[in-house]
Design a protein around this ligand. Structure first.
Ligand code: ADP
Ligand code: MG
Length: 275
């Protein structure tokens, strides 16, 4: 069994932030990831699509250093941050303390660390909630705190596991716009796990589809910004991705498509919603 997990001090010299080579992972004798090869460039935004149970979170956990029991080789940057579907805030710490939880004060001491936390909260437009308790936040606000907690670590790689999956449609649209602004400003490499086809096309430079533990499709998103769900290139790519996921837009009732995509009103070709 070969296994290598290496943290590169900076982005790799060839510009890649992630290199996963022949990654396999099995649980109880069942292969969940079969032979995954994935490279992510230093400032690239990659969406990882797949049906429930195909191994998306398994791959994300391996890249995040949260699961060591795999075969193959993984090279990732040292500064990584993971955001999950639940915000995972510590309820007995105020919002500002949650943002910097686990970080050690540097030369500037605790005051400088606190200032960094407040700056990150301001970036997600939650500065006024710094002294609030997590349980008083809405779901969207809690996820914004989770994004601030990721950002304050100045990650070279952001691993996002269905971070907007539990949010309502309107909040999700706002979160998409916020994530785009943050990524444009900080330029981390991003791996966004989602089962929402439109979310992947709206946000990513590249979409990778995992089917039965293997990468079945790896394609660039050639849709001009701002991306419009009605753009023919958007519609074509959506159809291609749905097909890869085993869903046929024409054959399936919209309510079922809604369930598959996890999204809201995403399959109406004339949907005027833009972000
Ligand atoms: N710790 C674990 N022990 C046993 N089986 C697991 C474990 N983690 C994940 N699995 C199994 O691996 C498969 C893929 O899981 P996961 O990566 O969470 O899927 P996804 O995120 O694509 O929905 C599932 O069948 C799941 O039950
Ligand atoms: Mg998952």
């Amino acid at each position: 069994m070969s296994r290598g997990y290496e943290e590169a001090p900076e982005v790799l010299t060839n510009g890649a932030a992630v290199i996963a080579h022949n990654v396999r992972r099995s649980f109880n004798g069942r292969d969940v990831l079969k032979d995954v090869n994935l490279t992510i460039q230093g400032d690239e935004f990659v969406a990882l699509l797949g049906r429930s149970g195909t191994g998306k979170s398994t791959l994300l956990r391996i890249l995040g250093g949260l699961d060591a029991d795999y075969e193959g080789d993984v090279l990732v940057p040292q500064r990584r941050a993971v955001v999950f579907q639940e915000s995972r805030l510590v309820p007995w710490l105020r919002v500002a303390a949650n943002v910097v939880l686990g970080l050690r004060p540097g030369n500037g001491g605790r005051a400088a660390l606190r200032a960094r936390g407040l700056a990150a909260l301001a970036e997600v437009e939650l500065a006024e909630h710094a002294r609030d308790w997590p349980l008083t936040l809405s779901g969207g606000e809690a996820q914004r705190v989770a994004l601030a907690r990721a950002l304050v670590r100045e990650p070279q790689l952001m691993l996002l596991d269905e971070p907007f999956g539990a949010l309502d449609a309107l909040t999700r649209i706002k979160m998409h716009a916020l994530l785009q602004r943050l990524c444009a400003r900080h330029r981390p490499a991003v791996l966004l796990v989602t089962h929402d086809v439109d979310e992947a096309i709206l946000l990513a430079d590249r979409v990778v589809v995992l089917v039965d533990g293997e990468i079945a499709l790896d394609t660039r998103v050639d849709v001009k910004h701002p991306r419009d769900r009605g753009n023919p290139a958007f519609v074509d790519l959506r159809n291609q991705l749905l097909k890869e996921l085993g869903v046929n837009e024409v054959d399936v009732a919209p309510s079922l498509l809604h369930a598959v995509s996890g999204g809201d009103r995403q399959f109406h070709r004339q949907d005027p919603e833009k972000i």
